[in-house]
Design a protein around this ligand. Structure first.
Ligand SMILES: [Zn+2]
Length: 497
């Protein structure tokens, strides 16, 4: 039995899916024009845990959708500022987003639709709203008529009069009511646009989530999630659009909102100098798994304070747990107490306390099986914990691999020999067979090596040198280099299996 706090009713409620054979969840995704900051990562990790819990309870039968907003004035501004193509910017940002969220151990949603792929369905939904008398055209714009929908404001508990009073910006005179919001707007010059019944233009932001969720999840679905900052106006507008366009459905049954993130007790902002991206942290050497742990250490409905102290504590706990569970078979059931904690409105703090308890009791298999529901102690997040390979060890490892290739050639097993060469090449290691029968290898450090998180060796070197001081420099470079060789050998061995 899962209980969730539903913003719609302001109560913790039993979760009853519409169809237990297909639990459906929608979470608002990023606008793709820049690296995700740490605050953006909180809903990703929180709803990833909910996704894992639902999969656990409903035997994997969950459909999770998270969109990419790839048409937006912030993206246009970035294109104008950099002179780059919009599609280039959005493609690159989506790639970054995937890399960064993967590093936090977040599973990819089942569907990640892009707004620009849904222009047709958005236009159709807007036309439907006009036909039903919920929207009107004015000066190339199409606006949603908030007075046509009685329940407008119900989710966030606001009344139209109060909202109007709070309206400080200058209101366009083509609006019937200052709170009417844009469904479609005209595009000019080099702004992106599409032909529509209302002229060449582009959609407003809110309509995409309504169109995508309808297409991928239907007119009624189970859970809608997002940051608290999206509750008004974005989610309020999504509800108005969807419920008016599809009167036979009732859109999302459970609304979940995560609270915001602070840094050392202060709001994260560029002017305070405490603004950082997930990538900044990863590059400073904070493992993705540690970031994930810290984000989950506070309940999602409480403000989260990111502190150095928490990072240290999380690192220590994970180091201990990884040591404890090394080589352990996780094929046991997770702790019922942990599942119960998560089922109680996603109480991740209590779930982590349960992991501490399991670690203390020494039940490593249970610890490992339980941690996986939180997305912790997974193999793919463990790179940071693996011991660095020592210098001579690195040579021994790669030496053994090259010997294996040599023997394959002697056996005329050229496909294996080629495979070893190709796998090494993929990881930026070139090998050369010399006339004297020896084979040498070289790390191609001119290229960006994936292992170094897409940083060049020089950049890494600088960071390590800054951190360790002058005499630490050579050790650090060797360490990285040997660590890389160890990683390569491991990857090649895996590929050969
Ligand atoms: Zn949305």
């Amino acid at each position: 039995m899962i209980k969730l706090h539903n913003t719609k009713t302001r109560r913790k409620e039993e979760f009853t899916p519409i169809d237990p054979a297909n639990v459906r969840m929608y979470v608002c995704g990023p606008t793709v024009y820049d690296r995700a900051h740490l605050g953006n990562a909180r809903p990703v990790v929180v709803f990833d845990v909910l996704y894992r819990l639902l999969k656990h309870v409903y035997n994997g039968k969950v459909t999770y959708v998270r969109n990419f907003t790839d048409v937006d004035d912030k993206i246009n501004a970035k294109a104008a500022e950099t002179g780059r193509d919009i599609r280039q910017i959005t493609d690159e940002t989506i790639k970054w987003y995937h890399e960064d969220m993967d590093a936090l151990g977040a599973l990819r949603p089942d569907f990640e639709p892009r707004a620009t792929e849904y222009i047709g369905p958005m236009v159709a939904m807007i036309q439907g709203l006009i036909d039903k008398g919920h929207a009107y055209e004015a000066e190339g714009h199409v606006l949603f008529d908030v007075n046509s929908y009685d329940a407008y404001g119900a989710l966030s508990g606001r009344r139209l009069e109060d909202m109007r009073a709070g309206e400080r910006v200058e209101v366009a005179d083509y609006k019937r009511d200052p709170m009417d919001f844009v469904l479609w707007k005209p595009s000019t010059g080099d702004q992106p646009g599409w032909e529509s019944p209302w002229g060449f233009g582009r959609p407003g932001w809110h309509i995409e989530c309504s169109a995508m969720s309808l297409d991928l999840l239907g007119e009624s679905f189970d859970i809608h999630g997002g940051g608290l900052d999206l509750q008004f106006p974005h989610h309020e507008n999504e509800i108005a659009q969807s419920c008016c366009a599809n009167p036979t459905g009732d859109f999302a049954h459970y609304w979940l909102h995560n609270e915001m993130l602070q840094v050392e007790g202060k709001k994260m902002s560029k002017s305070l100098g405490n603004f950082f991206t997930v990538r900044d942290l990863l590059e400073q050497g904070v493992p993705g798994e540690v970031i994930r742990f810290v984000l989950l250490s506070t309940h999602y409905r409480s403000p989260m304070d990111w502190t150095e102290k928490k990072v240290k504590e999380a690192t220590e706990a994970l180091r201990k747990w990884r040591g404890l569970t090394e080589g352990i078979d996780p094929s046991t059931n997770p702790s019922p107490a942990l599942v119960a904690a998560l089922s109680d409105d996603l109480n991740t703090a209590a779930a982590i306390a349960e992991l501490h308890k399991l670690a203390k009791s020494g039940d490593a298999a249970k610890l490992l099986a339980s941690a996986k529901i939180l997305g912790l102690l997974e193999e793919r997040l463990g790179e940071w914990h693996r011991p660095k390979v020592k210098h001579d060890q690195a040579y021994t490892l790669i030496g053994a691999l090259l010997r294996r290739r040599h023997l394959a050639k002697v056996d005329k097993n050229y496909s294996l020999a080629d495979q070893i060469r190709n796998e090494l090449k993929k990881l930026h290691i070139s090998i050369e067979d010399l006339p004297n029968g020896k084979t040498t290898f070289e790390v191609d450090d001119g290229k960006e090596i994936e292992f170094f998180n897409s940083m060049s060796i020089d950049e890494r070197r600088k960071i390590w040198a800054d951190r360790l001081g002058d005499d630490g420099k050579t050790i650090a470079i060797d360490d990285l280099y040997n660590g890389y060789i160890g990683y390569v050998v491991e990857q090649v061995e895996k590929a050969l299996k």
